[in-house]
Design a protein around this ligand. Structure first.
Ligand SMILES: Cc1ncc(COP(=O)(O)O)c(C=O)c1O
Length: 374
């Protein structure tokens, strides 16, 4: 008997994570492997978070606080919003899923742009929700007019997802571009379409005209901001993310959320990480120095790249090395350097490199320079 499963589940292409270090060590028999593939914090986890987690271990027989009271209080103070405006997720990925489950039914749609973070489309498909894709320009930047047109012309659209800066391109939408976008969105079906601004890399932004998404909360009531502890706080393995939105939106998401979606260690670790300003500052500084190094070296090597506001940089492997992103990835892998091909984002020519420690950056650069000379 054939298993009964919806077509949209059968045809699902699952998320492909960065290749693990251990797997690469095993396959290529290389002891020292450098992973610059998942936009993690190369400095490791926040030491304050690690200490707080250690201290809490004897309490693991207790269920976590299902309301996340302590973390919401801490975030309320750091973000300058009320607790009622915060929803916690098992990584911001869970909130993407939660938003689609809460606001869409099968057959409805979300809108993204080409080369957007793949989780949006995957989460939508899991729930039988279709994804409409707006085009991008030569600089890999979203064509906002085309996106607005898609929303306007399709009644079934319930959600728009925009990451700023975007992963994997690192490019961003400016304050004036987003300002105009939200004004246009207000004119579509009374501003009822939810807009999700994914701020996963917000802490790394250095461009003065790249806005803090909170600037738009008062003008667009149906805005949801996503943030994460996976990047600058160094807690990708702990799985903590959160959303900022109106109390009305948060109350709906809270109905759908599993009560214990964050473990007690995740709650405790995130509170401590928020207070670890020293670690955050050090992480940001390391990223800025590393980004400058990559930009300068790539320029010197004649390898084109897209200027990034994140903790990663996307290079044009085809133009720089005469290789597809996957082929260059494979060649680096044999040298013990894991980078991230992005063909699944429709960018077969490109390869994404996370900014590492100075030693990791040097190692990866050495491998790329050697490949260039051949
Ligand atoms: C744009 C974007 N949003 C969300 C996430 C997911 O982050 P989390 O680890 O909080 O689930 C990522 C992770 O790489 C990302 O790049």
């Amino acid at each position: 008997m054939t298993l009964q499963v919806p077509d949209y589940i059968r045809s699902l292409v699952p998320y492909v994570p960065g290749k693990p270090i251990e797997e690469t060590q095993r396959e290529y028999k290389i002891k020292k492997v450098v992973k610059l593939a998942s936009n993690e914090n190369p400095l490791g986890p926040s030491p304050k978070a690690v200490a707080a987690i250690r201290k809490y271990l004897s309490q693991l027989h207790r269920y976590p606080d299902a309301s996340g009271f302590g973390l919401k209080q801490a975030l309320s103070a750091s973000e300058g919003v009320f607790s009622q405006n915060l929803v916690l997720g098992n990584g911001s990925n869970e909130i993407i899923d939660l938003l689609i489950r809460t606001f869409c039914v099968a057959g409805e749609s979300i809108v993204i742009h080409r080369a957007a973070f793949v989780a949006y489309q995957i989460c939508a498909q899991i729930h039988g929700v279709s994804t409409l894709v707006a085009p991008i320009d030569d600089g890999l930047k979203c064509n906002l007019d085309a996106l607005i047109h898609l929303v306007k012309s399709t009644e079934s659209v319930k959600l728009v997802f925009l990451a700023n800066p975007n992963n994997p391109t690192g490019v961003y939408l400016s304050r004036s571009e987003l300002d105009r976008f939200f004004r246009e969105m207000m004119l579509i079906r009374g501003g009822s379409v939810l807009v999700v601004l994914d701020d996963a890399y917000g802490e790394y932004i250095t461009a003065p005209d790249c806005p803090n998404p909170k600037e738009f909360l008062k003008d667009y009531p149906h805005l949801v901001i996503l943030r994460t502890f996976s990047k600058v706080y160094g807690l990708a393995g702990l799985r903590v993310g959160y959303g900022i939105a109106s109390a009305e939106i948060v109350a709906l998401l809270e109905k759908v959320r599993q009560p214990f979606n964050l473990s007690s260690l995740a709650l405790i670790g995130a509170i401590a990480a928020l207070q670890d300003r020293e670690f955050v500052e050090e992480s940001l500084k390391m990223n800025q120095v590393g980004m400058k190094l990559w930009e300068a070296k790539l320029l010197a090597m004649g390898v084109p790249f897209w200027k990034s506001q994140g903790n990663f940089i996307l290079i044009d492997a085809q133009a720089g090395f005469g290789l597809s992103g996957v082929d260059l990835f494979q060649k680096c892998l044999t040298q013990g350097v894991i980078l991230r091909p992005v063909a699944n984002y429709g960018l077969a020519q490109a390869l994404r490199i996370s900014i590492g420690t100075p030693a990791e950056n040097q190692r990866a650069l050495k491998v790329l320079e050697k490949l260039l000379k051949r």
